[in-house]
Design a protein around this ligand. Structure first.
Ligand SMILES: Nc1ncnc2c1ncn2[C@@H]1O[C@H](COP(=O)(O)OP(=O)(O)OP(=O)(O)O)[C@@H](O)[C@H]1O
Length: 268
């Protein structure tokens, strides 16, 4: 029975070695897409920049009193807390654990504690019973907070921007994922590479997409639908809403909806 409860919830991290690749945008839209498909979704902002928090309409994350840092501190200090602690409800039907600059202190303080890689996992394990999907938006580095995310999740989705040669950063991330799989989380899978911000008018974007398919296509799933470049996508964080609300009939909404279907297909 316990095994079944664990499998009912799927926990995904959106991770990238590089910033500005569309990770937060993808996390927001996948989360809302899953909610539109009838799933109960929690997103966790695991980045001290608080981009996910801001993108969901909390434009001053530093003013929020309770964040992921509060929760991780309680776990480290063995203090009891309710599962509802810190949860914010977004208008499009998803829940959010926000983050702000306080989380950067955790990156340092976690280094000195016992089982430092598994603090976030303790939180995720207790929340699995409450949600169908938990998505974690990671910071663009492979520090302690990202390792905590990789140790907690079932699969990692890697957004890659089709605008520069991504291979080097990807190699390092894939190596780190392999290491975490061997040492901390045997279940960890790569859920897929998502190619983002594709401007189909340029040969360059097509060349990068081809290169990613050629290099990784036989070992890692690559989402068949890449995300087009569009100013409509860039506008959503200022609005605090998803692309499904902002431009429901546009090509970016269609692409994220297709990605959502792919993620749902992968349900175990
Ligand atoms: N499909 C798209 N078309 C055009 N612009 C986009 C698209 N997706 C995201 N953007 C814009 O690109 C910028 C980077 O996107 P986003 O914040 O999602 O990336 P990120 O990888 O999460 O960055 P960071 O790691 O710094 O948080 C933002 O200004 C965002 O609005």
């Amino acid at each position: 029975m316990e095994e079944k409860v664990m499998k009912d919830c799927k926990v995904l991290a959106l991770c990238s070695q590089k910033g500005g690749v569309g990770k937060t945008t993808s996390c927001v839209n996948l989360a809302v897409g899953l909610a539109k498909a009838g799933k109960k979704v929690l997103v966790i902002d695991n980045d001290p920049q608080g981009s996910m928090t801001a993108s969901l309409g909390y434009h001053n994350p530093d003013e929020l009193p309770i964040t992921l840092a509060t929760i991780l501190t309680k776990i480290v200090e063995d203090e009891p807390f309710e599962n509802t602690l810190g949860i914010l409800h977004h208008q499009e039907g998803i829940d959010l654990i926000p983050a702000n600059i306080e989380l950067s202190g955790m990156e340092v303080s976690l280094v000195n504690i016992m089982s430092r890689e598994l603090v976030l996992k303790q939180y995720i394990e207790r929340m699995r019973g409450e949600y169908d999907y938990i998505l974690i938006d990671c910071m663009p580095s492979l520090g302690m907070l990202t390792i905590n995310a990789l140790a907690s999740v079932d699969a990692v989705i890697i957004p890659v921007q089709a605008a520069y040669l991504p291979v080097k950063g990807l190699e390092q991330l894939i190596r780190t994922i392999g290491k975490v799989r061997r040492q901390l989380n045997k279940q960890l899978k790569i859920g897929g590479i998502l190619i983002t911000m594709v401007d189909n008018r340029t040969n360059y974007a097509r060349d990068i997409s081809d290169l990613i398919f050629d290099t990784y296509g036989n070992q890692i799933k690559i989402f068949p639908q890449s995300i087009p470049f569009s100013v409509r996508a860039a506008e959503i964080s200022a609005e605090g809403i998803s692309i499904f609300e902002h431009d429901p009939k546009g090509k970016v909404a269609a692409a994220y909806w297709q990605m959502t279907q792919e993620v749902l297909l992968d349900e175990r």
